[in-house]
Design a protein around this ligand. Sequence first.
Ligand code: SF4
Length: 700
Amino acid sequence: DAKNSSKELKSTCCYCGVGCGVVIEKQSDGTIRVRGDESHPSNKGLLCSKGMNLHHTVNDQIDRLLFPQMRYHKDMPLQRVDWDTALERTAAVFKTFIKKYGPNSVAFYASGQFLTEEYYVLNKLVKGFIGTNNIDTNSRLCMSSAVAAYKMTLGEDSVPVCYDDIELSDCILVAGANPAWCHPIIWRRVEKHKANNPAVKIIVIDPRVTDSCAIADLHLQIQPGTDVTLFHVIAKLLIEAGKVDWNFIESHTDGFEELRDLVLTISVSEASDICGISEDYIYRAAEYIGSANAFLSMWTMGLNQSVVGVDKNVSLLNLHLLTGTIGKPGSGPLSLTGQPNAMGGREVGGLANLLPAHRDLNNPQHREDLQVFWGGKTIDSKPGLTATQMFDALNEGTLKAIWISCTNPLISLPDVRKAEQALKNAKFVVVQEISSKSETLAYADVILPAAAWSEKEGTMTNSERRITYLPKVNRPPGEALSDQEIFCRFAKKMQFKGFDFPDAEAVYLEHAQLTKGMNIDISELTYDILRSNRSIQWPYTEQKSTPRLFTDLKFYTNNKRAKIYAASTSLGSEKPDDDYPFILTTGRIRDQWHTRSKTGKVNKLNQHIARAYLSIHPDDARELGLRENDIAHVKSRRGETSVPCKLDKGIKKGVVFLPMHWGKILNSDLNRTNNLTNNLLDPISKEPDFKFCAVRIEKF
Ligand code: SF4
């Protein structure tokens, strides 16, 4: 299958956005082994526990879906059918809804784990041919606040830095992230850099003491939700101390005066009270940042998954724009992508408000260019339904059909019982999956078995804009097909033209053609170049990869100047009260990935932490009469869960933490974290407020 005939094939890990290179050794019995690829610049041979155990997820096929299944009525059992029958019936149902209720009556909910080619084909199918923008992915739950902030400040969704900037930096700020657990190979590089250069300052902002704090010079144990105030008061101290780059501000930014006028009204003592951080620590953070020649920031969901996620992002980006630490070696914002190919999805415009190659949905010329290129329908100017909005629309009855692929919303969406009700209410549900254990299957009218990692060919882009080629190493089991093939076959059943791609490379080349002349230009980049160079950072022009953006200090805005935003400090999250006095924050643990359809199969990974737990400060636990391993009943205004307690002196008092990975166990959902979380969304990014909801806790 693979163009490389060797038994060793180079690929990329399919978990987090670090995008580590792996070497897959194919054994004579068809099983594989995986090791780190020393030739890959992102990880230089290192792998974390999840990457090291990747082969188990492929070699153990016991839970795989093997053939399409379908039912004609909700009260009928699913039965095995062939691909033509499943896709013809699906096309017939979709055509009926589209004819009767219009194209916005159907929606596609996809995944940041898709290969770029799969994203491209689906986006083309939905926006270009069905005629709706109702395609969104679980990246909405992950990076959409960062995407919006990059567009607002830098003009486009463009991560300016590369991982090699880590070793060139002398101050690294980590906000709302625990990379020691969630982006471990990047963190190994930070740890090594700090060990070799003790003068390098590491600042960690997190309501919990995490493993990432072990090398921190300063841990700012922030009150959840108050990051904007913290970034603003640091900005104020930088301005007052003259530790800003006046020339950069003057020559390359707009909006400084509004920010200055706002932040100068915030006193350090007021910020200290709001953020729950000592004044001394705030001064020290400003001192470290202001004294750095090369300042790098990293962040993930603590900033993004918030009702004020975009405000948090722009106010962090302000610190780079004030200090001129962007476009320079060792400096700039590095948003750590949660999923392996969220960036690739953004490149092809695979969200409800985006178009391919960073074109703008609001721009009539961009829409027309695409329509002409694709030869399809007029592209709607109105953004489609985002992830949570799709499930709301199913509950309201305005959305009739949903096609879910490569993601399990019944664990990962906020207020997940509402999402479950939505699937019960849906007129028609298609589930495209690898695992027979996904909770979504119980609501499916059609089940389509998909190929998994290493069973299909394509590309992915990691957190540093690095595109890597992934070969097909194994055949998918049974009748499973790649997501790309499934979407193309469906498009043909819908009688759409333009989906006769002979292979993944043909899809890739069409996508690459659309980038010509754009800021993410990869029109000259082929699979052969990717295979021979191992990986390339976009844009790729004049046969050169681009490690760092904005070295000429010309941004992607119309006037080439970056925009400083004076974000509001209002919180917007659900308010704790006497009934629900604790703040719940959620997140990942070291050895599990998302909804565990892969990592949950690996015994070694389950040994780290085997089940959901509530992390609670011992003082709070004592007041509630809870001891280690007692079952805590956690309740919010939406639902409840019951899990054992872990007493943790490192968590802020009044704040509790639950990992997000677990769903139903033995048909009971009393283990499911997202029973509790709420549907509040950032008004711009539509990203949910996963990191903040009010709960009460009782002994079970
Ligand atoms: Fe995979 Fe991320 Fe671990 Fe690298 S750091 S091996 S990409 S999970």
